[in-house]
Design a protein around this ligand. Structure first.
Ligand code: FAD
Length: 289
């Protein structure tokens, strides 16, 4: 059964996010991680895409390899800012040929696109979603932001735009990472009140250092609760201590999310397997499939 159907049945869905590697070392790490994580039987893996030019094909190619070589269910990320309408049609042809029929439709961020590579055919993910829906044959997902998208004037305004994306064809949503579950549950309430009824997979990632915490909070504008900040400060510089603290924190977050009805978990892996494996092992007992 494909994961979008599993989501509709209420079964818990588990997924991992990868990015296309940029170096040989990265590539080796990614495939080691993918092989390890496959052992956990994920419902899907997703592959990010943030550049223009030939780079989108790195995403498509990696999706093809993960599907053909490892037999994984794959979701390809496509962004408005990295593709023209014609490129989207071409990429979709390529995905179809590889038997990949899942797309996460995103706007993207200008700072991720190579200089001179910004595309202007689509301004918002809802427009890309509508186009993909017209092309047909793909199960579509979208991104959402429990603490609001940084550019949105308010959470309510952001959710009103999100409703347009869902109406355009997004069958499920994956959240931006967050470190305080109350944001997720508050967001679900507000989304439901706005008429959004698709499943919302929480996106989680264990923090691995003080610098990373600072970068993420600045870039994504997500809150870091005092308990998490304190632990990151306490364990900074101690790799093993930090790993254990972060995995424990994320596992507690994940357990509560699942127990309170989240439809599953989407783990941002940064192409590494160890933390994701431990988190899933820690929580699966709490929410049997
Ligand atoms: P949109 O849904 O288009 O929303 C962007 C902003 O525009 C929001 O503030 C929204 O409120 C507003 N808006 C929407 N529609 C309208 C409208 N009609 N008029 C006015 N305002 C509007 N980035 C990458 O580059 N590559 C990736 O692979 C990638 N993967 C991601 C995966 C997940 C799960 C998440 C959460 C994010 C990912 N991102 C990725 C980052 C994402 O592209 C950025 O956060 C981007 O700034 C917003 O993308 P979006 O698809 O949510 O945009």
């Amino acid at each position: 059964m494909r994961f979008t159907e599993r989501l509709r049945t209420g079964a818990k869905v588990y997924s991992f996010e990868f990015y296309p590697p940029k170096t040989d070392e990265d590539t080796a790490r990614l495939f080691t991680a993918a092989v390890e994580l496959k052992k956990l039987g994920p419902d899907f893996v997703s592959v990010t895409n943030s550049s223009s030019g030939v780079a989108p094909y790195r995403t498509v190619a990696l999706c093809g390899v993960l599907k053909a070589q490892l037999g994984l269910e794959v979701v390809a990320h496509l962004t408005c800012l990295a593709h023209t309408r014609a490129e989207i049609a071409e990429i979709c042809d390529g995905l179809r040929k590889m038997g990949i029929d899942n797309i996460l439709a995103l706007r993207g961020d200008p700072h991720n696109v190579a200089p001179g590579g910004l595309r202007r055919d689509y301004s918002y993910a809802s427009q890309l979603t509508a186009d993909l829906k017209r092309l047909g044959g793909f199960a579509l997902g979208g991104a959402c932001y429990p603490e609001k998208h940084p550019e949105a004037p308010s959470l309510e305004a952001d959710i009103a735009r999100l409703k347009e994306k869902v109406d355009a064809g997004a069958e499920y949503l994956i959240t931006q990472l967050f470190f305080d579950n109350s944001h997720y549950f508050n967001f679900l309430d507000k989304a439901a009140a706005a008429g959004i009824s698709v499943p919302v997979l929480p996106g989680l990632m264990p923090l691995t250092g003080y610098r990373q915490m600072q970068n993420f909070t600045k870039m994504m504008r997500v809150e870091v609760p005092a308990a998490l900040r304190g632990g990151i400060e306490r364990w900074d510089g101690d790799k093993d201590g930090m790993f254990k603290f972060s995995v424990d924190y994320a596992s507690r977050q994940a357990r509560e999310l699942l127990e309170r009805g989240a439809p599953g978990l989407h783990l941002y892996t940064l192409n590494r397997s160890r933390a994701a494996m431990e988190i899933l092992r820690n929580v699966r007992g709490a929410a049997a499939r």
